[in-house]
Write a protein that binds this ligand. Sequence first.
Ligand SMILES: Nc1ncnc2c1ncn2[C@@H]1O[C@H](COP(=O)(O)OP(=O)(O)OP(=O)(O)O)[C@@H](O)[C@H]1O
Ligand SMILES: [Mg+2]
Length: 335
Amino acid sequence: MTTKQNPPREPAAEEARLRAALTPQINHRLRSARIVAGRAVVVAEAGDLSAEARDALEAEIRTALQTVAGIGEVRVALTGERRRTRLIAVGSGKGGVGKSTLTTNLAVALAKMGRKVGVIDGDIYGPSQPKLLGTEGQKPKVEDDKLVPLQSAFGVKVLSMGHIVAPGKALAWRGPMTGKALSQLIDAVWDDTDILLIDLPPGTGDVQLSMLSAHRPDGAVLVSTPQDLALIDAARAGQLFDQGNVPIIGLVENMAGYCCPECGHISDPFGSGGVEKFAAALEIPFLGRVPLTLETRLSGDAGTPPAAGESEAAAPFVAIAERLARWLDTGSVQG
Ligand SMILES: Nc1ncnc2c1ncn2[C@@H]1O[C@H](COP(=O)(O)OP(=O)(O)OP(=O)(O)O)[C@@H](O)[C@H]1O
Ligand SMILES: [Mg+2]
């Protein structure tokens, strides 16, 4: 019951305030969090939990939310639904800007943060993920007509058409077949995977359209290099997601600032900072900048993602993964 004395409600700000008091694991289960007449009303998914674990979850939510200023009472409703796997698309308009590299390294960084992560290689014609995650030549098993994702050495599960069809064979496929192929990868046995990153092919073609109609992602990360041409294409990809009602989580600038391994001089072959300005103009969050490094290129080819190690090349991916995790937990990339 709302009374006249209550200030005007701001549901998004209220939800963010409540979510901020909860751990990422609990946030992942939240369906909704509202403040109604000084009471926190929370709905969380607990279909996969035992009776004791449900009680523990409820108690943890209660204890955490009682500390939030202005909350007199906490009401918790647990649903029988299982935790949902969140789908995040990684796209760009232009080819070769680093979508696949970013997807792999974000996935590895998120896994190191304790998230359960899977990667789907949506590039049916030119798969990259078998190489990037070091699973080339492996074949997924099939259980009850569903593919079982492969386990990479980096705590990230992965599925790609490159694991299923011989190189070059998918080239003859046309629109509906590519949609079906993507569905098979998405409807695989992802089990308790929390976050599925989809590495999209360049452009705004069949795979993107079938994904938007059949498997609308929860959000999209856009990647661009700093040149104008790449930015124009990124804007086009952004429009596609907007039209499909997919929230754009933010833009990443890749390949800005080359640090010469010989002399340490930093040059900007593609310019630098263009993506951040562009993001600001479009009012899209800027997620971070990944410099052009020889290590990133070489470790991509070797199937040992930099984010799995502790080198300087890992740091930008970790920072972007942290922003992505924040978005997943709170709906905002800002801390
Ligand atoms: N920050 C970086 N530093 C050095 N090399 C990079 C970086 N990002 C990507 N690369 C290299 O650039 C090439 C293209 O990257 P990648 O395959 O990730 O791009 P893509 O956008 O997925 O391409 P496509 O559109 O063909 O799918 C690869 O050789 C990769 O190793
Ligand atoms: Mg790619």
